[in-house]
Design a protein around this ligand. Structure first.
Ligand code: NAD
Length: 339
């Protein structure tokens, strides 16, 4: 069998690391690009890459997406069949502090990636977007068929822009594109700036945890292994060209003018934030000291994914219960940080 090549951007990131691991397990050759930005602990990113480099099928490139010529050269050399674009500046809150970093990584970086793909078209491009693009929407669960035109943070605005930039390239150059909308992902090797990690660390260190909107928050937490199962399954669901369509799946977000669709990858079961905190407390066997606060600017009180399209396309649907996912995360954390 001919080995297929995937280019994964953000391969030293939380989701990128797990995605590369799964692709390697499934026999892909993987080129990973990551700039090792200092948005959070760089040594965690280095440890992720070091783990991946134990597999001979993985090659790492340390550079920024927007370094002139870097993506074009990578595409020319490796001619990837699949591109999974996960590099980017994440985080709702940091986009208030440092909005320009979102312009550079998310807007210019994604533009450079699309230009490289235009020159050397892969069979399928998959790009990360976020549940945050649903912004001020109140109709739940969030469906890909709903309009999502009222972003509440600049982070979400850059991700919505990415969706539409990719749509125009899909239309103009017949480039098949799947946009993922991820919902609060957690699990081993996760991001230190996200709540599950922050809460676990603070509880273990005896520090108080900040609970926003006085705990009245619901999040559709998605366990990393379920997310990666969705990504890898969707890799095989290439959006068909406009004139090559027969039957269309119900509620499909497929564009009428481009081989482009957007798919939620979320649990479909929102959890109360306080229940999630209780699951961490149970897994640690420790009680958290809590500081109840107002809502943070740019944030939304609830997220809830419709997982119908993901299931209709792939037969997969996230299923890991929060209790199990949190136990696995906490076990990893204690082992990794030796505490
Ligand atoms: N984790 C979540 O819950 C979640 C939810 C919704 C969307 N997303 C999106 O999914 C993607 C992956 O998220 P993650 O949680 O793995 O984040 P992450 O920060 O762990 O990974 C992103 C990686 O991209 C790299 N990077 C940043 N800017 C770069 C640039 N200009 N050039 C090259 N590399 C660069 C970083 O060094 C990092 O390793 C991001 O686009 C994020 O916005 C994540």
């Amino acid at each position: 069998m001919i080995q297929r090549t995937a280019l994964v951007t953000g391969s030293a990131g939380f989701i990128g690391f797990h995605t590369v691991k799964r692709l390697l397990d499934e026999g892909w050759r993987v080129i990973g690009l990551d700039a090792m930005t200092d948005y959070y602990d760089v040594s965690l990113k280095e440890r992720r890459h070091a783990t991946l480099l134990q597999n001979a099928g993985f090659e790492a490139v340390i550079d920024r997406l927007e370094t002139p010529g870097v993506l074009l050269r990578l595409f020319e050399k490796h001619r990837p069949d699949l591109v999974v674009h996960l590099a980017g500046q994440a985080g709702v809150r940091y986009s208030i502090e440092a909005p320009r970093s979102y312009v550079e990584a998310n807007l210019i970086g994604t533009f450079d990636l699309l230009e490289a793909a235009r020159a050397y078209p892969p069979k399928h491009m998959m790009l990360a977007s976020t549940s945050s693009v649903y912004g001020a929407n109140t109709e739940m669960p969030y469906s890909e068929m709903h309009k999502a035109d009222a972003q509440m943070s600049f982070y979400a605005a850059t991700k919505k822009a990415n969706e539409m930039m990719a749509h125009s390239y899909a239309h103009l150059y017949d480039l098949p594109v799947t946009m993922f909308r991820f919902f609060t992902v957690y699990g081993p090797w996760s991001r230190p700036d996200m709540a599950p990690f922050k809460f676990t660390k603070a509880i273990l260190e005896g520090r108080t945890i900040d609970i926003h909107n006085h705990g009245d928050m619901r999040r559709d937490f998605t366990y990393i292994d379920d997310l990666v199962t969705g990504i890898v399954a969707l890799a095989e669901c290439v959006p068909p060209l406009v004139d090559a369509r027969d039957e269309v799946v119900e509620h499909d977000s497929l564009s009428a003018v481009a081989p482009w669709r957007v798919v939620n990858i979320g649990n479909g079961r929102p959890e109360q934030l306080m229940d999630f905190v209780s699951a961490i407390e149970r897994a640690l066997g420790m009680e958290a000291k809590k500081n109840f606060m107002d809502m943070q600017p740019g944030d939304v009180p609830a997220t809830w994914a419709s997982a119908e399209l993901l299931e209709a396309l792939t037969g997969e649907r996230p299923a890991t219960p929060v209790e199990t996912g949190v136990q696995k995360f906490v076990a990893w954390y204690r082992d990794f940080y030796n505490c």
